[in-house]
Design a protein. Structure first.
Length: 168
């Protein structure tokens, strides 16, 4: 009888260890997807799941520690990231929505276009959309509210055949 109680405690302890060890694996914090394939860390980076495709939304913390949303949409008519069209959007709830589109061919960004910004509060200036390289495109602008200005960026990048979006 005493041995049976001891075995139950051992199995219970082992079961709890397995649950505690497996639980963090199932949690994905988009802010901490951080390490890119080159080994440098990029805060606020998210990875678009090309197998799932469609529209995927991520909540992350911005430069000011406030919640921002990044949305990556597969534009119908294209193949997965090797060849396709994608729309990258960043939203600061209650303030603005901004983004752009990219055309991808052979896992390279061939074109960045159709920048858009919708302002709810404040003002925006110095809007620039740049294709930085054949793997990176960036939209940047200055957001001003209550005499405070912040530089804002959203970047699309291809790393090892994966489409990523970041706020840095």
């Amino acid at each position: 009888m005493q041995r049976e109680g001891k075995m139950k405690r051992i199995f219970t302890a082992l079961g709890l260890c397995v649950v505690m060890a497996a639980a963090p694996v199932g949690i994905v914090n988009a802010e901490n997807t951080g390490a890119d394939e080159a080994g440098s860390e990029t805060q606020g980076q998210v990875i678009y799941d090309m197998e799932t495709g469609g529209t995927q939304s991520f909540e992350i913390l911005d430069e000011d520690g406030e919640e921002t949303e990044i949305i990556v949409e597969e534009v119908p008519g294209g193949a997965r990231v090797a060849n396709g069209k994608y729309k990258i959007t960043r939203k600061k709830k209650g303030y603005w929505t901004a983004g752009f589109c990219v055309d991808i061919s052979g896992n390279k960004i061939v074109k960045a276009y159709n920048k858009f910004i919708d302002i709810t509060r404040g003002s925006i200036s110095n809007i620039k959309l740049v294709k930085e390289s054949n793997i990176s495109a960036k939209l940047s602008f200055v957001f001003k509210i209550n005499n405070c200005s912040n530089g804002v960026k959203v970047r699309a990048k291809i790393i090892n055949k994966k489409l990523t979006a970041s706020i840095s």
